[in-house]
Ligand binder design. Structure first.
Ligand code: AHR
Length: 622
């Protein structure tokens, strides 16, 4: 192989390797969003979902605490019943860790105005309840009460119990329990371990909130960002697109509290150093579900939502939506640079609507990049007409999705070599290798096929500007889709080998592509090898990414043309390797993790033996 270090061929965008977050597989409520109470506002269609009431407990809506979440519970202890109160089961249990603190809060009032005592208890799976704290409620106006509970035990399937200890009546709403230690210690925050895993990917972009989520099972249940900002208690519940009751009969309890809303998504982007990339509804509901279409002459409110979103992110504090952002705690703009319109919509009705959005966004915000969708273009010719249409409409990027077999990824490492250089750029917005014979496992084979494919993304960095694996998260006890990048339960999480591939790219993106060839060709499958080379201008390092999907080690000699100092000084190799194609990580053990070793330096060239079934990232100081 030869690497020409004298003349980079293309710039690698800092946004190149990113993440795509969608509330699927209980990725938000029950996952990244650290709230431990399910249905905290009693707004599910069956208001006791998640709760086990005991004694005299009813759901009311008169004189509510929150206008957009009007239901609350009334608990009555008339002295005859032994107990009155309710348990919350969390999301397949509440995960508590011994010695950790949890913030319990409730909005409560006593309709009779007499002071009442509630006991707040952490209950083990076996029913024992070693921790109780008392909360006093006084007066018939709604008031927030907060108490910190230090858990004396560890249990992935604990419960929260609230008991009315005194005779009388108490109304309660927005009953919440959060770990005190959230990501960056924020109230209404994120699960620290899961957010840390995102930060550790060093992502260049964060696409949110979907996916199909943005489209909704129906237009009425599409994701509406305006409902997801402002005080968290007053954000209305929305049916999750992955609540399958519409056509299937699964996950009827999947709703979005919107506690993780657009403000939190922007904040997360900022925290992890990723460019925010929100997706808005284009006026079409999910094509796999109701497939509703907003007539063109009724599209204005949808377009206005997109324009207002840009104002929410970037407007000054005196603008209508900039003021909302400032009041939420972020007067500085979020510096939004791009917005995507629609998701996996590919009929002509989509193009007509995209055109309206693009004109309106360009008219008001000419610097904002607009991203269109080509649908799952890997599925074949059906979508071929979309690229010329995207070019005609003049979008900046096109979002392509492909959930395909590992072999497809290997065969498509040259996919972008022949893409039009004069049209919109590519956003590989959703992709993952689905290894069907192993039940679409997150195994080494899938991960290495993705690593091989990504050499083609990097080689074509002049046309591919963003790439995000999908989906990101899955709860081991409640998922609809696999494979996924990160799996978790109520206490632990596991990074898949696919995660480590993404991390190895994200941490070693480099700034410019260098020409790397074998016998005058890009290295894209010859002898089971895939490779790409980049320069990292700030450090002066050359970064090689080498994938061997063969079952034998490969001896490789790499010559460097155009070396200034005529020799390589030092180097390291970060590599992922295993002898078993089917190897996976588990919550108990991550056996597939990248390891680092020094690289032997040979002057002007590098002789390496690439282990079988491996992906290696070589950073070489020249
Ligand atoms: O990532 C899961 C789903 O796959 C996304 O919501 C959708 O865009 C695609 O069909």
């Amino acid at each position: 192989m030869t690497v020409d270090v004298s003349k980079p061929t293309a710039e690698i965008q800092p946004t190149m390797y990113g993440i795509f977050f969608e509330d699927i597989n209980f990725g938000a409520d029950g996952g990244l969003y650290a709230e431990l109470v399910k249905n905290r506002s009693f707004e599910f269609p069956q208001p006791f979902v998640g709760w086990v009431p005991f004694g005299n407990v009813s759901v009311q809506s008169e004189k509510p605490c929150f206008e957009r979440n009007p239901h609350y519970v009334r608990v009555v202890n008339d002295g005859r019943l032994l107990r009155a109160g309710l348990d919350n089961e969390g999301f397949t249990g509440i995960g508590l860790k011994e010695g950790e603190e949890y913030r319990f809060s409730v909005y409560a009032r006593t309709p009779d105005a007499a002071p009442m005592k509630l006991s707040v208890e952490l209950v083990r799976k076996d029913g024992s309840n070693p921790l109780k704290k008392t909360v006093e409620v006084k007066g018939n106006e709604w008031q927030k009460q907060t108490v910190i509970l230090k858990s004396p035990f560890t249990d992935a399937h604990a419960r929260l119990r609230i008991v009315l200890e005194t005779k009388g009546t108490v109304d309660m709403d927005h009953i919440s329990l959060f770990p005190v230690k959230t990501w960056k210690g924020r109230e209404n925050g994120l699960r620290a371990d899961l957010a840390q895993a995102l930060y550790d990917l060093n992502p260049g972009v964060l696409r949110f909130p979907g996916g199909c989520i943005i489209e909704g099972n129906s237009l009425a249940t599409r994701y509406q960002w305006k409902k997801s900002v402002g005080p968290v208690e007053n954000r209305p519940l929305n049916e999750n697109r992955w609540n399958y009751t519409f056509k299937h009969k699964a996950f009827p309890d999947y709703f979005q509290s919107l506690g993780l809303g657009f403000y939190e998504y922007f904040l997360l982007s900022e925290d992890i150093g990723a460019e925010p990339l929100p997706v808005v509804s284009c006026g079409l509901s999910c094509q796999y579900e109701s497939n509703e279409v907003v007539p063109l002459d009724e599209l204005d409110p949808y377009v206005q939502d997109a324009l207002d979103l840009i104002e929410f992110a970037n407007g000054d504090v005196n603008s209508t939506w900039g003021k909302v952002r400032a009041e939420m705690g972020h007067p500085a703009p979020f510096n939004l640079k791009m917005i995507a319109v629609g998701n996996e919509q590919w009929d002509k009705v989509y193009v007509e609507r995209l055109e309206v959005f693009t004109k309106a966004i360009r008219g008001k915000y000419p610097d904002i990049k607009v991203i269109g969708s080509s649908g799952p273009s890997a599925s074949g010719d059906k979508f071929d007409y979309l690229w010329p249409e995207m070019k005609r409409v003049g979008v900046d990027l096109v979002d392509e999705h492909y959930y395909m077999k590992p072999e497809w990824f290997l065969e498509n490492a040259k996919r972008y070599d022949s893409y039009d250089r004069k049209g919109p750029k590519v956003f590989a917005g959703e992709y993952a290798a689905h290894d069907y014979p192993t039940g679409k496992a997150n195994n080494l084979y899938a991960a290495l096929s993705e690593a091989a494919f990504m050499t083609g993304l990097e080689r074509n960095a002049d046309v591919v500007h963003l790439a995000t694996y999908a989906p990101l998260f899955a709860h081991v006890d409640a998922w609809q889709w696999n494979p996924d990048l990160i799996w978790f339960d109520n206490l632990r999480m596991m990074r898949t080998p696919n995660y480590y591939v993404q991390q190895m790219y994200g941490m070693n993106a480099g700034t410019d592509v260098l020409r790397l060839q074998m016998n005058g060709e890009p290295v894209a499958g010859q002898d089971s090898l895939y490779a790409t080379a980049a320069l990292d201008a700030p450090t002066g390092e050359v970064i090689l990414k080498l994938v061997n999907v063969g079952s034998k080690p490969a001896d490789v000699k790499i010559n460097f043309n155009g070396l200034k100092k005529h020799r390589i000084v030092s180097g390291t190799c970060t590599y992922l390797q295993n002898d078993d194609w089917k190897a996976v990580n588990t919550l108990e053990q991550e056996k597939l993790v990248p390891r680092v070793r020094p690289v032997q330096v040979e002057g002007q060239s590098l002789e390496l033996q690439l282990p079988e079934r491996s992906f290696g990232v070589y950073r070489l100081q020249m």
